[in-house]
Design a protein. Sequence first.
Length: 638
Amino acid sequence: MSACASPDQPLPSKPKRGRPPLPVVLHPEPAWPDDDDPEDFHEALAGQMKRHGETAHSLHRAVKSQGGLTDRKTISEWRRGMKAPQTPASLKVIDLIERRYGLAPGRLRGKLSPHRATKGQAPSGVGPAEARRLAWHLPDDFRKRSAKERAEILDWVRTRILTGGTAYSLYHSRAARHRFAFRFEETSVPVKEGRRPGGTDLMAPPQLQSEMRALIQFKSATLTDLGFQRSGVWGPETAAQRGEHLALLFGALAAAPEGEIKGAGADADDLSLALLVCPTVWDWYIQWREQRRGFFTGWEAEMLLLAAALTRADFGWLRQNPWLAERLRTIPDVVTAEQIEAIKDDWSAACDRMNAHALSRAREVQRVARVHRDPFEPLLPILEAASPVGEYLKIADEVLRHMPDQGRHPRAAAETIRGFLMLRLGLHLGVRQKNLRQMLVCPKDQVATRERELERLKRGELRWSEKEQGWEVLIPCAAFKNAGSAYFSKKPFRLVLPDLGGLYAMIDDYLARHRALLLAGAPDPGTFFIKTVKAKSRDASYNQTTFYEAWRLMIQRYGIRNPWTGRGAIEGLLPHGPHSVRDVLATHVLKVTGSYEQASYAIQDTPKTVADHYGRFLPQDKAALAAKVLNEVWNVAA
């Protein structure tokens, strides 16, 4: 009988070569007292590993035995500062390491850079784009919480941070999902900066394009054509706004009645500016808007005043173009054949009727109009504070508190410093978004741009003043929206920035290092504020939309107090854009001085404008202002 084992019996396993792995020690003894506590996460982790005599391999084995999901290479990269924990699984590993070394909870986790959001927190069913926006605002233990609490957190973040929380922002979010406005070629109507064009299926028909081109040319040209008269001139921004408003009107007329828009169902090729002479068109349109929103606003009154201007005697563009009557076509339930015949018979009389109707309707709408978007609602916690500017500065302080390490995260640090300077310069200057966004910069070692050239460009400039030994902002009055205001008296706006809170050092650092990092070799637009240039976008210039979004992002991350993460400076604040700093400045000066005139100086406007817009914040402070003066008598007597 053979000495070999039976085929049914398993072969004996070969012994593993080398030494068997050492047993995992749950809590290794430290080699020396815990006296050193570096601020950086990677240095603290490396120091604790060395203190307990561990390598990345041994620590990985120990963490894995306790249910931690990571690999040896990751721990090695954490120790060397090449990476940092960013996911719930990696944060769990840090918690296990803290317990392993007997450290206080949060000893290592608290050293992680506060500017980085935890990844992988968004619940299932959320798209990648929304997941990126949610990442910053969800707590690290989001997935560990109950389903009810997760739903509550998600709803709060979506309504209070992402969408804005106001009734108008929610309405606008729903309405923007269904685009219906016509799109005009830029040769016909200027396009507002940053506005996304509609789809190709919404392109206005050629006939309407040519009519809009003629209207814009009439209202925008330096000189009017022979035989025509006009009152007032549209600048590029006004022309773009008027074109956008008329695009909405004609888009609504062409939209299908049975669709989401519930339009008039007109044939797009039948649409013409001649329809603006028909009172029934305007009545249909303003009532259509009222039904969509639920009430009338001042916007409908402004549109009616535009109709009155276009049909005005002697100066109205429609009145001076009677040939348009031949382009009138019927629209079911809006424009009848009888109306068209009456208009063709006497174009001037039709314009008279429309002009009178528009003025009458505008007065009726103004009487019942409601405010849909209260511009102060997102800022109420700040505007109602005793020191609005001091309250707003808390946001800038919060930005600095979350400043990334410039050595390990240079681009993130550059973006944070840019955001900080946006807030600081916005509060110091009080100018409109356009003036802040288009402000050029002249480094200290270069010659400043001549004032005449800035006037031609209609832009301001940040330059170094040798006389004042400070950073100076010069903006020609032609660059302002209200250039004809008595505030300017045809003189430029000039302000030397105060060197407070390390502002000059921050500006110098931004210009010396961070701005070039954001530019990444792309063509320099010459403006002080530039976008982060990426592979897919080599244009470093901000436009109206991208600058607004950059400001709004700073407010979302650092301004709004998030009770779930502990981030954010001000409780009850809502997202807003750069124009809001003007509200903060005017309200602050008004609260402190009680003077509409002094408040107007802060925002380069007139006392009447300040009284109309900001007077609501003064009544409750009038008694306090008077008491402050009278109480000085008691202090002297005492």
